[in-house]
Design a binder for this molecule. Structure first.
Ligand SMILES: Nc1ncnc2c1ncn2[C@@H]1O[C@H](COP(=O)(O)OP(=O)(O)OP(=O)(O)O)[C@@H](O)[C@H]1O
Length: 232
């Protein structure tokens, strides 16, 4: 079943025409990576799906429903979650409180939070610590855990590895892999190798359109069809 489908979307910031007829689809259970140079429109693609920057043309379908033009909170309520680039944890709440806020609408929040701790043992260790005092990697894990607790069918994760040390990136990758067992994911990722490693399929974006797509297996940034879009 198709979870997310963007069909010929054109998205603008004011007069800036950013997405220029972009189409992609995500099947239930997949991890799909959006890759491409800085500024080509990856984050804008997520914002378009979420209704934060709705398209002027084209359609967004989520779980079979046309959600184009719906308010972001309506789309979110249908089960589309977002782990934004800037992470947005509540820094003055503890880890546990952050998780409780995210799980408030779940049928059994306690069990869900216990499940999250199993998946992210580092969070369990720091349950009583204020989120603002966590390291960048721990905050990223908290942001992912919060996205999962929202009972989402689809989680859009923007630049999870940004600004993290390589060892911590490994932990975050493991967390995303574990999280993907329950949730379909779209991942925006600058680190090409990591994106290919984690995702099942990829879309390579350039100037607001998809220029290459396919399975990730065996794909490297040295492939000529990829390299010319990644190097300036
Ligand atoms: N709020 C905004 N107002 C105007 N222009 C914007 C806004 N946000 C992004 N842009 C511009 O839109 C273009 C696409 O940005 P977007 O963030 O989608 O790119 P990206 O591929 O995600 O790259 P990055 O990794 O740098 O975020 C860029 O040229 C950016 O400068």
């Amino acid at each position: 079943m198709t979870t997310l489908e963007l069909d010929g979307v054109h998205t603008y910031y004011g007069e800036s025409h950013i997405l220029q007829g972009l189409s992609l689809s995500v099947e239930a259970g997949e991890i799909v990576a959006l890759v491409g140079r800085n500024g080509v429109g990856k984050t804008t693609t997520l914002r378009t799906a979420l209704g934060l920057t709705p398209p002027r043309e084209g359609t967004v379908r989520f779980d079979g429903t046309d959600v184009t033009g719906m308010e972001p909170h309506e789309i979110a309520a249908r089960g589309m979650g977002w782990v934004p680039e800037e992470r947005r944890v509540f820094s003055h709440l503890t880890v546990e409180e952050n998780l409780r806020v995210a799980a408030h609408s779940a049928a059994d929040p306690g069990a869900r939070i216990a499940g999250a701790y199993e998946l992210f043992p580092a969070l369990d260790r720091f349950a009583d610590k204020e989120a603002g005092d966590l390291s960048g990697g721990q905050q990223q894990m908290l942001a992912i855990a919060r996205g999962m607790l929202g009972d989402n069918d689809l989680l859009l994760v923007d630049e999870p590895s940004e600004g993290l040390a390589p060892q911590i990136v490994e932990d975050v990758v493991e967390a995303l892999r574990a999280a993907s067992a329950d949730t379909t994911m779209v991942l925006v990722e600058q680190n090409f190798r990591l994106a290919m490693d984690l995702a099942d399929r990829f879309y390579l974006i350039d100037h607001g359109v998809v220029v290459e797509e396919g399975e990730t297996a065996g794909v490297t940034s040295e492939d000529e069809r990829i390299r010319r879009y990644l190097t300036a």
